[in-house]
Write a protein that binds this ligand. Structure first.
Ligand code: ATR
Length: 543
């Protein structure tokens, strides 16, 4: 396994891990791509120490120029540009490359052929150098450069043998393409501003903006208003990564793979739309969900590099072990479900639901993190963790160690493991992995044979009996008491914490179906309730 990372400060918002891990998954390589958030003052000691543990890096702000002094070799184009965005370690030697210029030219050429064209570059910083270099390599007719500080434009023009210009209106008719290389117009910074006056634009122009958040920058809005052509720099990000993948793996992949990674890492509940199963999928819902889960597994790969060990182990188990007159409630935050669509109301949010669950007397929370079918996001765990102090179970379709590492990273105390999607051997491996990170596991079963195999072949301590048939989604509330009765004389019976799952919505249900449970996992009925505090209290204390 080789390890790669984004080297930047800050690095926590970078989308590179999602893109590169998607590439590794697609290529079926065992590599992992993480984050190295290194402050400028710590860069030297990083290169003298931890950097040797990595096979390669993507480099971003503010290290693209400063990292060069620590490298053994620099590719010619990166040398001319004066910046490195990719580093490869081979035989203990570090070599720097630049793929930004390739990303630019590739994304430009999708819409515009620069050969024999006249181009105006706005800005004279680091990004501008890569773009000037790329265009110089592309048989263009002429390149002009304009910058707020004209002295910098002059210097760059001299170095690259292009022409600095003070008044862009003098070349208005001559210019075919204008490229904005400044950060002006970027979200949260100078949003709504453009580096040039809108009177400049004429319909024969094409404009390219390296700023892509927001997608519609003022620069591009003005261009479109003049009936000219606008190109967003969004694809530059994917194409520079595509060339990095080639350097990292010596293999070519379709750019769509990287964009799939980007798309998945940007999902939010605001854009969630409930899935509609086809008739064929309805016959085996669980299979459909697991196939999808496998396709997006790469999202958690980065957390496997240095898994966070929970500081206080067994918080979840200990909470459920506490003596209590009524069963413990594990209250579930389920934003949506395939059967019921969206469950969160307009006026509700995850944090407030968690607070209400706590007030209503829940012992722990279950947070569903599957997005496609349940509208969940793993970030919801840390949101809730910051708000209240209850133990948190990550409920998802866990099939790989990295999902457990991810759960730990976001602050979960336990994970759900389903016997129906894991062999008993794989289940035991994941139980041991969770144990090493200090996380508990709630092992869910649906049938007698699954229950026997969990009791006989694994070290599961918390077993959840689900009343829902996961293949058809139908509920049989008797499942809990019937299955429990079948294993009463099993030697491990009394050491297990038994959890009844699904189909419990009233105190009468508890009495009828689940009075022997140590805990109940309650999801849909609570999510549907308008007064969650009251509903929980009724469930627990009605006499
Ligand atoms: P990068 O490496 O991303 O290109 P940089 O080296 O800091 O960043 O360069 C930023 C570029 O954007 C420069 O050309 C800068 O102009 P100055 O040289 O005059 O500073 C330009 N820039 C930044 N903010 C700007 C603004 N508000 N108006 C016009 N140009 C701006």
């Amino acid at each position: 396994m080789s390890i790669f990372a984004i080297l930047a400060y800050p690095a926590s918002h970078s989308l590179s891990p999602a893109m590169h891990n998607a590439a590794f998954q697609y290529l079926k390589l065992p590599h992992r791509y993480g984050r190295c958030e290194i402050k400028p003052e710590d860069l030297e000691s990083f290169f003298k120490g931890d950097a040797k543990n990595y096979t390669g890096f993507s480099v971003s702000v503010p290290h693209k120029e400063t990292c060069m002094q620590f490298l053994d070799e620099i590719d010619e184009s990166a040398q001319i540009i004066g910046a490195v965005n990719t580093i490869i370690q081979k035989n203990g030697k570090l070599k720097g490359y630049n793929t930004d210029y390739l990303g630019f030219i590739h994304s430009l050429c999708e819409h515009f052929n620069p050969q024999e064209k006249t181009i105006l570059i706005i800005g004279a910083g680091g990004a501008s150098r890569a773009i000037v270099y790329a265009l110089k390599e592309s048989n263009v007719k002429k390149i002009y450069i304009w910058n707020r500080s004209s002295e910098k434009a002059k210097q760059l023009a001299e170095e690259f043998e292009i022409e600095a210009i003070n008044d862009i209106f003098t070349i208005q008719d001559e210019v075919d393409l204008v490229v904005n290389t400044t950060s002006l117009g970027m979200k949260g910074k100078d949003e709504g501003k453009s580096p040039i006056l809108k009177e400049f634009w004429k319909s024969h122009h094409t404009a390219y903006d390296i700023v892509y958040t927001p997608t519609h920058t003022q620069f591009l809005i003005d261009v479109v208003s003049a009936n000219a052509i606008a190109i967003s720099g969004e694809r530059m990000l994917s194409f520079q990564a595509l060339y990095q993948v080639k350097l990292f793996t010596e293999q070519n992949i379709p750019v769509d793979i990287l964009e799939f990674g980007l798309h998945l890492s940007k999902r939010t509940f605001d854009h969630f739309e409930a899935v509609k199963f086809t008739e064929k999928e309805k016959k085996d819902v669980l299979k459909t969900i697991v196939v999808n889960k496998s396709s997006e597994l790469f999202l958690s790969f980065e957390y496997e590099i240095n898994p966070i060990k929970n500081k206080i182990p067994h918080v979840f188990l200990h909470a459920l072990q506490k003596e209590k007159q009524t069963p413990h409630i594990i209250a579930e935050i389920k934003p949506a479900s395939p059967r019921e669509g969206k469950l969160i109301r307009e006026n509700e949010n995850i944090e407030n639901i968690a607070k209400e669950y706590k007030e209503g007397g829940a012992t722990a929370l279950s947070i569903i993190t599957d997005y496609v079918f349940f509208g969940g996001l793993v970030h919801n765990i840390s949101k809730v963790k910051k708000t209240i102090s209850l133990p948190i179970l990550r409920k998802d379709f866990i099939i790989h160690e990295s999902q457990i590492a991810e759960a730990s990273f976001y602050g979960a105390d336990a994970v759900l493991l389903m016997r129906s999607v894991l062999t008993s051997q794989r289940l035991q491996e994941l139980l041991e992995y969770a144990e090493r990170l200090g996380l508990d596991a709630l092992v869910e079963i649906h049938t007698e044979s699954e229950l026997l195999s969990v009791l006989n072949d694994t070290t599961a301590q918390i077993i959840g009996i689900n009343a829902r048939n996961l293949h058809t989604l139908e509920i049989n509330p008797l499942n809990f008491s019937e299955l429990l009765a079948k294993v009463k004389s099993h030697p491990r019976f009394s050491e297990i914490i038994w959890v009844a799952e699904s189909g419990i919505s009233s105190y009468d249900d508890i009495k009828k179906y689940a009075s022997k449970a140590n805990a109940l996992l309650v999801g849909s009925s609570l999510m549907k309730s308008e007064n969650k505090v009251e509903s929980l209290k009724n469930l627990l204390y009605k006499t």
